[in-house]
Design a protein around this ligand. Structure first.
Ligand code: ATP
Length: 474
């Protein structure tokens, strides 16, 4: 490794660090070795083909920026991919910036942190513009897993895709928390329409971009062409509408475009991070129009849907992961789908880096690094919290003296699991449940076993809980 290459790469890392999150930085950039610098060409060594492709698919913009910043406009980046451990190939993949790859491969957009803030030119409505929908072809209904969490939104979306502008779902507003699949769903609708026979002009735009374009059009004195352009769209998909909050002039312009499109039976599809009633800083007349069509929400997928999403993702990456790992991930990551995918990809990256099979142990190590506060052990606190949530009772009641039947049952179930999954003595378990003695704990264990024999609903509940604890205590 040359000292010069090292210095340039360290500079690059500084730029990259500002644009990607910590997890991505340590997974994808720390393992890279700078090997040489020739003129303004830096060669970096990456650990595998998969790694190379992932960088190209997801981080091409940030790499480009880093190279430009450190080596100037003529800066070039070349990759050497490790073929065998410690033996690098002869620069089989070469990517140069800025002339080279202008974007991610396969049309996949880069991760959020890399979104360009440069407003793009408003194209005149020519043949080229008609083909430029800003849609990611990978976002399709086929790849969008259905579950209770998204059934309404998905089927409404499908109806809209079949008859854009004609159903009563106009506008269609999809809302939900971060990373729950809003963009994927609305782009799937767009792709479905675009691939249909009618040759519709579908346009996807983030609200942020819409605002920037509008501001630019004011600056450049071409507001009219901005408006004309948007008024000729057949299907307008506008993402993250909450971003219009407080931007009064843009809202006014959007209001006119909206009315024009709606009157002409053009389809409008929007996403937002909250239901329209909670959208602060948006004009009432806009909000009331949003309610003309259908508003559908997306929730966090349940366990089965999470498993299906992981399997789908693995299939698309051509990777096989043991069932226990899939279940472990689906159990443990219940925040949002993007995070679930992120962890899955980190896992694949670690396995590829260390050249090891993906196993439960590896999954647990990766998770531990990523989610610092993850509880990997099943302790009394965790059992009490999980059981009380499961039965919908207050945690304090579980430890109190209450003799209400449902609380007593939940308490007995929690004691039963403390006995099974922790090393606490009977005495200590009793202590954690409001100072009860060890015979109460023995009684609880017997009772739970007895009821399980006769009551199948109860047995199912206990088994479901057991699964949760087992996943943690692997
Ligand atoms: N039901 C699903 N089936 C398959 N993949 C999904 C599903 N839901 C979400 N995803 C995947 O999760 C990731 C995040 O989804 P997406 O970007 O659409 O979320 P979002 O709700 O638009 O997030 P944000 O609020 O941050 O804009 C994407 O890679 C998407 O493909």
């Amino acid at each position: 490794m040359s000292a010069e290459a090292n210095a340039v790469w360290n500079e690059c890392l500084r730029v990259i660090e500002e644009h990607v999150n910590e997890q991505s930085f340590s997974t994808w950039f720390k393992p890279i070795n700078p090997i040489k610098l020739e003129g303004t060409t830096l060669t970096i060594q990456v650990p595998s083909q998969f790694f190379f492709e992932w960088l190209e698919d997801n981080y091409v913009q940030v790499l480009k920026k880093a190279i430009k910043t450190t080596l100037g406009q003529g800066g070039r980046l070349e990759y050497a991919v490790v073929v065998d451990k410690g033996n690098s190939s002869n620069q089989p993949y070469v990517v140069s910036y800025p002339q080279g790859n202008q974007g991610a491969k396969n049309g996949k957009p880069g991760p959020k942190e890399e979104k360009s803030t440069t407003p793009f030119e408003i194209p005149s409505l020519n043949a080229e513009a008609l083909t430029r929908s800003n849609l990611n072809p990978n976002y399709s209904f086929n790849t969008y897993i259905e579950g209770d969490c998204n059934r309404l939104a998905r089927s409404a979306g499908f109806a809209v895709a079949t008859k854009p502008g004609i159903t009563s779902f106009n506008p269609l507003m999809v809302y939900g928390g971060v990373g729950l699949g809003k963009t994927h769903l609305v782009q799937a609708i767009g792709n479905e329409i675009k691939n249909g026979v009618d040759n519709k002009f579908v346009l996807y735009v983030s609200s942020e971009k819409f605002v920037n374009q509008f501001m630019d059009s004011i600056k450049d004195g071409n507001v009219k062409s901005f408006t004309n352009f948007y008024m000729q769209v057949d299907v307008l998909i506008i993402d993250d509408i909450q971003f219009l909050a407080g931007k009064d002039r843009t809202q006014e312009m959007f209001f006119h475009i909206f009315n024009h499109l709606h009157q002409n039976k053009k389809q409008i599809i929007m996403t937002s991070d909250c239901p329209p009633r909670d959208l602060k800083g948006l004009e009432e007349r806009l909000l009331s129009r949003f309610k003309w069509g259908l508003t559908a929400d997306l929730q966090m997928p349940d366990f089965e849907t999470r498993v299906a999403i992981i399997r789908r993702k693995m299939q698309s990456e051509g990777i096989i992961i043991p069932d226990d790992v899939v279940e472990y991930l689906a159990y443990t990551v219940d925040t949002n789908v993007r995070e679930l995918e992120g962890i899955l990809i980190s896992l694949i990256a670690h396995a590829s880096l260390d050249r090891v099979e993906i196993s439960l142990d590896l999954a647990k190590t990766v998770m531990k690094n990523i989610i610092k506060d993850i509880e990997t052990e099943v302790g009394v606190d965790f059992i009490q919290k999980t059981v009380s949530e499961y039965f919908g009772i207050e945690l304090d009641d579980l430890k109190a003296k209450t003799r209400k039947k449902e609380i007593v049952t939940a308490r007995q179930v929690a004691m039963f699991f403390c006995k099974e999954f922790t090393n606490h003595s009977l005495k200590s378990i009793g202590y954690h449940f409001g100072g009860r003695d060890h015979s109460t704990v023995i009684h609880a264990v017997h009772t739970v076993n007895d009821i399980m024999e006769t009551d199948s609903n109860f047995r199912n509940s206990v088994n479901e809980l057991k699964k949760k604890f087992k996943m943690r205590s692997y």
